[in-house]
Structures are given as C-alpha cells and as structure tokens.
Design a protein around this ligand. Structure first.
Ligand code: EPU
Length: 302
C-alpha cells in the first residue's frame, strides 16, 4: 500500500515520521519473506496517537512491525502500511534494580547492558532475536526464563481508546508464549525489576545458554524461531523429527536439519511455500500423534 494523499504526506515530517516508500519486508523479517509497502518509522512515540488518527482519517490500514523475527508476511503489494518505532538513545536506563527500556531496543543487547551493570535474571533470553517490545508481546522465553516475570510496568498505545497508558505488571497476564495485550496494542517502553548478580556469574549463565542454543538451533539460517508452540506435555520439534521430516520442503521452505520446529527459508521461499509447509507438517503431526499444533509464529495473511 502506498500513501499518496498529499495532506498526509505533508504532515509526516512534523510528526517525526520517516517514510520509506515501497519497503521490502524480505529485508525487515528474519525469515526474509514478505511483500512491499510503505514503512513509517516513528521517532517520537508521543506523536503516535496523532499519526494513527491521521491514517484512520485517510482510510489507510496499518500494522505494527517490531523486529520482524517472529513473523510470516504474505507476498506482493501489502494491503497495509507498516509502522515501526525508531530506538530511543539511550534505550536502557537503570535505577537501582529497575531497568527502563525502550521497546524498540534489541532484546539481546538490553540483556547484556543490564548484565554489565550487575543486573541478571534474563540470561536465558540472550539469544532470542528481536526487540524488547516483541518479546513482551509474546512473553518470549528460553531455558526456563520468561520476560514476563520481570515486568513491573509497560507503557502502551491502546488502539481501543486511542491513547497512551501505563499498565502495571500485575494488570497483564503473561502465559506460555501468550499475553493479555490486545492484538493492536503497541508497546512503547517497559520497566523491569531484575535481581542483583555479579557480572561474571551472569556471563557464565549466558555462555551456557549460548552453547545450548548453538548446538540445537539453526542460528545461521533465515528462520522465525520455533514455528509451533509446544502442546502441554509434548515437544513439537521432537514429534516432527520422529516423523522423519527434517529437510522436508515445499519450494524453498524447509524443515531445519538441526531443529525440526525451525522452518528455514533456504533460498527464495515465498509465503505460500512456508504456509504450505506449516499446513503439511501440522496435518502429519495430527494424524500421527493426535495433537493440533498451534502456530507460534505470527502470520499476516490479509
Ligand atoms: N528434539 C528432537 N528433535 C529436534 C528438536 C528437538 O528430538 O529436531 C527434542 C530435544 O532433544 C529435546 C526436546 O525435543 O528432548 C525439546 O527440544 P529443545 O530443548 O530444543 O526445546 P524446544 O521445546 O524444542 C523450546 C522453545 C525454544 C527455546 C528452547 C530452549 C518452544 C516452542 N520452543 O524449544 O523457543 O529456545 O525451548 O528453552 O517453546 C522460540 O520460541 O521460537 C524458541 C525457539
């Protein structure tokens, strides 16, 4: 979708918006899949409500793009413009055991920054790609740690009433790869409370998690992390592996040889290839094990 209304185009610079016309989502997503659209990069979070009012007034649908690391977007000219926050500088501020983090900040870098200041707890999250906002939305987790446990406050734009609100951690439900945020909420900044720990100890934990991840996940290939959630008491990766589906492919979308719950873009995969592979694997797992696997990756089909 292209913005061609001259009034909207003229208003964008005043709102602190950088317009990247016809941006390709292959460059904005870790899967390297997705069509083209106008990308609006937001430098001043406080102007977000005005921007969204403007787009609504002009009848321009929008979607919010975080780090693009857990996302499968359809191909071709997209039916929405994309909004993306530009990281504040600095993006992490510490006060005692509290870390105030901009949601556009990179999760791994934020974990490292806190670690260097003797604030730990998030060692398991170090290799999870994406932004802090994306991690919050999904309640990202790895190696026994979920980000939700540290959240004390989140500043969020709520499309429902069109305003910016601060929610207390206790008002948000954090579950396994799921939160109570509305789908169109946009996370702006977060206050985490982290336990004090000497840097050297945190570093040791980080190294162990990195090793485990390197040994079991295809880190150098284009993927969106795990495609399916684990059903209660079972492992999606193990079931797919047991069916002999490693390397199984539809077009250039392929089940990783290293971890069967990672589907990689092995060349020029199209969204249809990846969706075809997801459907095929889901059906096979259902027939063999009786589990209806639920996608963990967020799919934007239209
Ligand atoms: N397994 C296989 N074959 C495979 C993959 C896994 O047999 O191809 C077996 C493993 O040997 C192990 C079990 O399945 O016995 C579980 O595998 P793993 O420890 O790799 O964990 P997972 O359940 O597949 C989860 C998260 C990952 C997270 C890791 C580490 C989900 C869907 N996945 O994977 O998160 O990094 O634990 O904590 O919860 C993500 O969210 O995108 C993600 C990658």
């Amino acid at each position: 979708m292209r913005i061609d209304d001259p009034q909207i185009l003229a208003a964008l610079p005043d709102l602190g918006i950088e317009l990247r016309a016809g941006a390709s989502m292959t460059e904005q997503t870790s899967l390297g899949i997705g069509g083209t659209t106008d990308l609006l990069r937001i430098r001043r979070q406080e102007r977000l409500p005005e921007l969204i009012r403007l787009l609504k007034g002009g009848g321009i649908p929008h979607r919010f793009l975080g780090g693009g690391t857990n996302l499968l977007i359809l191909d071709g000219e997209l039916p929405w413009v994309m909004l993306q926050l530009v990281r504040a500088q600095p993006d992490v501020r510490l006060e005692g055991n509290f870390a105030y983090i901009d949601c556009a900040a990179d999760l791994g870098r934020s974990v490292t920054f806190c670690a260097k200041n003797d604030l730990g707890g998030m060692e398991g999250l170090i290799g999870v790609p994406g932004t802090v906002g994306g991690a919050l939305r999904m309640n990202a987790g790895a190696y026994g740690t979920q980000i939700g446990s540290f959240v004390r406050e989140v500043q969020v734009y709520r499309a429902g009433d069109g305003g910016i609100q601060t929610l207390r951690g206790s008002e948000i439900n954090f579950e396994y790869r799921h939160t109570s945020f509305a789908p169109d909420d946009i996370m702006l900044s977060v206050k985490l409370e982290l336990p004090s720990k000497p840097f050297r100890e945190i570093l040791q934990g980080i190294r162990i998690c990195n090793e485990k991840r390197r040994a079991s996940q295809p880190l150098n290939q284009k993927s969106a992390g795990c495609i399916f959630k684990n059903p209660p008491g079972a492992s999606a990766g193990r079931m797919i592996d047991e069916l002999g589906l490693k390397s199984h492919r539809v077009g250039d979308a392929r089940v990783s040889e290293r971890h069967a719950n990672f589907f990689v873009n092995d060349g020029q995969a199209r969204a249809a290839d990846m969706l075809g592979l997801i459907t095929d694997v889901r059906e096979r797992v259902h027939r063999a094990f009786g589990f209806e696997l639920e996608e963990e990756v967020i799919v934007w089909k239209g």
